[in-house]
Write a protein that binds this ligand. Structure first.
Ligand SMILES: C[S@@+](CC[C@H](N)C(=O)[O-])C[C@H]1O[C@@H](n2cnc3c(N)ncnc32)[C@H](O)[C@@H]1O
Length: 157
């Protein structure tokens, strides 16, 4: 499995340490690394059956998204599955309107529509499920776009 994002509110090194401790405690063999998902990811030499992106995509703006999707596509095996979840534009959070919204932490997030995600993913993936879901957390609930896909072969340029 290739999963992106890390424990929020931690420096990447301490997030990795925590993740390693958690995996060891639960007897799960994992490899963790810190990388920019928009980079060339040259340290990732394996390919995977499943990629999982939990609330990372809304940090990536439109002009960078194709690079991100190309990276995920490259890291998946043929017919590999990809689950992506990100903020949906119908969510009332952080001002309640607009595609770009500033959070109290000072970060700016992009709120997608389902149509935008379909257009983004469809060139590289067969969409198996695409819908708005409600995510419940300790502090509040929010609306997210849930997209479950299967990698398909893409003809070169
Ligand atoms: C909202 S958090 C979600 C983290 C985790 N998946 C979770 O649910 O707790 C989004 C994460 O994406 C990371 N992130 C944003 N842009 C990134 C990039 N270009 N490469 C790698 N990570 C990135 C942020 O540092 C942050 O940890």
């Amino acid at each position: 499995m290739f999963a992106v994002g890390h424990y929020p509110d931690f420096h990447p090194d301490s997030a990795i340490k925590r993740a390693e401790e958690h995996a060891t405690k639960n007897g799960v063999k994992c490899t963790f690394l810190v990388a920019d998902v928009l980079g060339d990811l040259e340290n990732v030499t394996e390919t995977f059956d499943f990629a999982y992106d939990w609330e990372l995509l809304h940090h990536i703006f439109l002009e960078q998204r194709q690079q991100y999707v190309a990276n995920v596509h490259r890291l998946l095996n043929p017919k590999g599955k990809y689950l992506s979840l990100c903020f949906n534009e119908s969510d009332p959070a952080f001002g309640g309107a607009g595609k770009y919204r500033r959070t109290p932490l000072g970060t700016v997030l992009y709120f997608s529509s389902l149509g935008e995600l379909r257009a983004l993913f469809e060139p590289c993936f067969t969409i198996l499920e695409l819908r708005t879901v409600e995510i419940h957390s300790k502090s509040a609930s929010h609306l997210a776009s849930y997209c479950f896909m299967e990698r398909r072969e893409v003809n070169g340029p």
